[in-house]
Design a protein around this ligand. Sequence first.
Ligand code: ADP
Ligand code: MG
Length: 505
Amino acid sequence: MIKVDHEALLTVRGLTKAFAGVRALKGVDLDVRAGEVHCILGQNGAGKSTLIKVLAGVYAPDEGEIVWRGEQVELPTPESALEIGIATMYQELDVVDGLTVSENIFLGHELTRGVFTRRTQTNRQARELMKRLGHGSISPNTEVGLLSAANKQIVSMARALSRDIKLIIMDEPSAVLDNEEVKSLFTVIRELTAAGIAVVYITHRLEEIRQIGDRITVIKDGRSTANGLSVADTPTSELIRLMTGREVANVFPPAVAIPDDAPVVLEVDHLGLPGVFSDVSFSVRAGEVVGLAGLVGSGRTEILETIYGARKAGFGSVRVGGKPLRRGSVVAAVRAGIGLSPEERKSQGLVPEEPIFVNVTLSSIPRFTKAGFLDEKSERKAAREQIDALELRPADPDRPAITLSGGNQQKILLARWLVHGTRVLLLDEPTRGVDVGARTEIYALIRRLAAAGNAIVIVSSEIEEVLGLADTVLVVSDGNVLSTVPAAEIDEHGVLDLIMKGTAA
Ligand code: ADP
Ligand code: MG
């Protein structure tokens, strides 16, 4: 018998799994305790999904042992995992769009009397489960195809809870959720653990681990590099090291001194959007990076969107190169040389199914049009130049944008504005959904764009990122700029202090 953590509900030792030619798991250990949130952290391709598919009975492991509540088990089928009490919410949601909420929840284990499905009872139990998950307002008779991704997850969770489970595994559930939805997911997770159910929560976002995790197992290149670390006792730098194998000193590129004669490119003057933010003033010189630091909901995104003309300012003005912009006109902003990379890249920025080259040339169509026809050859050529310059991977202009990693999707958006020729870049959460390892590259790229003479404004929920990238920091709270300070003169505590005081006032 292998050595087992005496508190463990689930113990995994030495798990390996190879697919034709690819060794996805090379030796993974995991100990999950009852009632805990156990995070599994790892970069894209580390082997997280493969691990959980082994635990879900989808893949048979090549080697290794799985011990469940003290007994060694084999999990030859998904049903066998469910029977012992392990449920899984897959990254690729597996609810059936054409069926109702209640049909999905009881799929495969319908409540029957004789040969008849007991519809009333089924619906009543489905309603109970949805209510328990805080979504009682969704009717059991709703067709699942009509629900948002977040609500589909809830249905998937309700299905898990319809069985008598002890452990629920969630594979990157936050990837398809916005901030509010993540919060509500965390509430649900806390209720599950309070009821003694263990949650294995997979993510590559470090900030989420701090919010929801009790312990962490880190996976790198198919191996667990740490097993069951306490979240509270493990600094972020250590997690990054375990995840990437790199030290993280100097992830941020050194700031470059802005030349004295660098012209002011962007001027924001007493800008206001009634009910959202008021009296925002700052200017950005060529080569300068200005960062907006603040909590979620403080108005940062709206400030960027108003500068970009996607929202119509109620007060004040925006000038580029001294020339005032027409309020509420994206066309005017883009023409003046402003580019925006939005927070929700997949829904707002990229055309996900279209190839890289179409996404890169999207804002410069006239330039690639000859006699009324799009010249795909020159579009591809322009895209290829950007692919080389930004080291976009895979380096294939015909790849659909959706198939690229978060970091490379971000590069596509930057490439778009480089092809268009901007002077002002507004970057909202430029590293959202980007692996920690790939962030360094994005940081270096942002610095390079500044050095090339762009005026850059970034928004990030990670204060550390704002401080690391920006020359000047604007601390924003509740739609007000509380302070404008050189980044070198303030630290994370200083920013938080200002925000706390500003919120209290
Ligand atoms: P993660 O979920 O951590 O991003 P995965 O477990 O999906 O990582 O993948 C780990 C590695 O195994 C990757 O190199 C991936 O390409 C490979 N892999 C995953 N599933 C399969 C499969 N069904 N066939 C072949 N290779 C696979
Ligand atoms: Mg995965």
